[in-house]
Write a protein that binds this ligand. Structure first.
Ligand SMILES: [Zn+2]
Length: 291
């Protein structure tokens, strides 16, 4: 059985032909700037024309909130199309195939969960990249919540005196720890400005660069301990460009180990790397099966 997996980001879309739980072909193109779901869906299908005679179902993972009505956003600035955007319905009517859709971090959480041992039943996936997102698995099941909001852990407000977040709150983890936040703090300090990759490179010799990364890692450690206290997690899986950057996971772990033992939780690196969301788009069809 072949699945067309689609991962929708703010700037690019990745598609994959998934067979036997593996991506056999992968393509990527810019997110179309169109307002109608049918046109958007049509553009995606054009990129997969030669796969479609094999495809028997379509799995989507997308940035934003996913409800039965379509895709919307916690932070409206991040979406290029009107909400709710009925993409799954449009793909269904164009192809007559079953279509399933999940938030991208929830999809990645499910994929990462399937890669863990059977003794792990409660876990969170946290991605630290442009934003901070996540997904929650409780008792072996993905928890999306009635409105699809579950796992938006980047909007844990952890500092009442912290920076404003695009979501309307103050001191969100995302506003302190994300790649965007790191770049903002870095631009205030370094003239000429440097990239986040350069910031990580000089962190071992530059105390200011080190401090910016440390405050990001501290916010993620706080998030992990808060989630442990709330959900008694067995494990946290960390992903995203910042989350997987050199030394970042070690920094998070060191800060967690400074907390009381009851709130400590093991943190490991994501296995799906940059394709976790795409694989999660296909893996969501296995959500009801036992692992
Ligand atoms: Zn926020």
């Amino acid at each position: 059985m072949s699945t067309l997996a689609i991962d929708i980001g703010g700037t690019k879309i990745a598609i994959g032909l998934v067979e036997n739980d593996a991506i056999v072909e992968r393509r990527q193109f810019p997110t179309p700037i169109v307002q109608q779901a049918e046109l958007f869906a049509g553009t995606i299908l054009e990129h997969a024309t030669d796969w479609m005679d094999k495809v028997s179902r379509i799995g989507i993972s997308t940035t934003g909130l996913v409800t039965e009505q379509g895709i919307s956003a916690v932070n409206p600035d991040t979406l290029a199309f009107p909400a709710p955007f009925p993409l799954a319905q449009a793909l269904e009517s164009l192809t007559n195939l079953p279509v399933a859709m999940l938030n991208d971090a929830q999809a990645a959480a499910w994929y990462e969960y399937t890669k863990l041992g059977a003794d792990i039943r409660n876990m969170a996936f946290i991605t630290v990249s442009t934003g901070v997102g996540g997904g929650i698995i409780i008792d072996g099941k993905l928890h999306s919540g009635a409105s699809g909001l579950a796992g938006h852990v980047g909007h844990f407000s952890i500092d009442p005196h912290g920076p404003h977040c695009g979501c309307g709150q103050i001191g969100c983890v995302e506003a302190i720890a994300s790649g965007t936040a790191i770049k903002r703090f870095s631009d205030e300090v370094f003239t000429p400005n440097i990239s986040n990759v350069e910031l990580f490179e000089i962190a071992s010799i530059n105390p200011q660069a080190n401090h910016i990364i440390e405050q990001s890692a501290k916010a993620i450690a706080t998030l992990c301990c808060n989630l442990k206290a709330t959900l008694d997690l067995d494990m946290v899986v960390l992903g995203g460009g910042v989350g997987l950057a050199t030394s970042y996971l070690d920094r998070v772990t060191q800060k967690i180990l400074q907390r009381p033992a009851a709130f400590q939780v093991p943190v490991i690196a994501a296995q799906g790397d940059y394709d976790a969301c795409l694989l999660g788009a296909a893996f969501q069809f296995n959500k009801e099966e036992s692992w």
